[in-house]
Design a protein around this ligand. Sequence first.
Ligand code: HMG
Length: 410
Amino acid sequence: MTHSISVGIDALAFAGPAAYVDLSDLAKARGVDPAKFTKGLGQHRMAIASPCEDTVTMAVESGAQAVRAFGIDPDEIGTLIVGTETGVDHSKPVAVYVHDLLGLNERCRTFETKHACYGAMAGLTASMDWIASGRARGRKALVIASDIASYGLGTPGEPTQGAGAVAMVVSEKPRLLRIQPRTIGDYTRQVMDFWRPLYSKYALADGHYSIQCYLDALRGARLDAVGERHDLLAGLSACLYHVPFVKMAFKAHQRELEMELGHALNKAEASTWQQLVESYERRCAPWLTLNADIGNIYTGSLFLSLIDLLRQAGADMAGEDISLFSYGSGCGATYCLGRIVEGAGDWRAALDPGEELAKRRRLGIAEYESLVRAGEQADRCETLDPFDYGLAGGLYYTGTRNDRRHYERG
Ligand code: HMG
């Protein structure tokens, strides 16, 4: 793989809610075998946002962390894109609140992208094009993925919820991951696998069909990126995927290996199944620990896996190639290849959200359900007090007065 144009990810940071639900508690409350959630889906916990934590607050916290921890001057940011499917207004973009709350320069192009979980990859590739065209004039782009995944109480999607934001700074001298534009492949097809009508707070999903759509899109995007390659995986140190739940990454990796082998795999063929398991254990599983702990964060979930990889192996994998696959229901997808930059390992502490995650509060199921119900009313609440939700020390949504959303540090 040649890397003539050096554009890619220069900084990365995660921010998310202060509370979570343990999936063994949820399984018990729903009368389900916990192994279905932990082994069948591969999930252990899901982050739950309170009414005071929304797409804007999480985006700002992740953006501030990326800029601070990687020593970036906010005035260097010339494009801000927020990818989200959890907008807070039909018209006004989340990005413009974020622009204000991060104190970015007015000479900045700012917008929101929506295409289900694909919005942040759309933002990443658009900002790479902005840089490669010369229009950036040496400036950097800030792309933030921020979402709250909600399917409603007692639905099949409930154990695949989550919430959080990943901020990435994109530049022409990236310190973490270089992406080769010529290896970017795309795929689009109109499908009704997952959607959220204007009248609903909750996503609707044709769950099993959505898995099929995801796998078809992976095939299509990979073919567009690298063609009929039968030897690609051998040269990759890691394969990162959109992760609605951890087991989906296994299904995706299986599909990639099937494409290379030219036939479907099943457990009855012990030796090829073993080849799949070994490849998955080496190239995918180690980088799914944050996803298992946080849940589906929609637009940010692929990049959460990238944070996990870089915090654990940024030093050991310097100079090595990885693949990234982003899927957004509806559907749109991109497959691309990247190379980990020499020195990426130096940013381990800046990237690692481990300390923040360890401080999270475990919610009982009754408290989780009451937070979900309170969330349904949050957009219309005049006054919300973060203290009522055990929150302090961050940026919070404090209610909508005179039809205007308010954000305050508490
Ligand atoms: P379900 O029908 O309740 O679960 O919903 P299931 O019966 O399919 O079981 C799930 C797995 O657990 C299966 O494994 C079972 O065998 C296993 P598999 O056969 O798939 O390998 N299982 C057990 N394992 C161990 N012990 C047990 C046990 N019982 C069962 N006792 C579904 C699952 C994912 C469909 C549901 O949660 C859902 O609808 N989720 C939301 C949709 C979704 O996540 N789709 C993923 C692809 S689309 C996508 O990624 C885009 C998305 O992020 C949105 C966006 O783009 O914005 C969703």
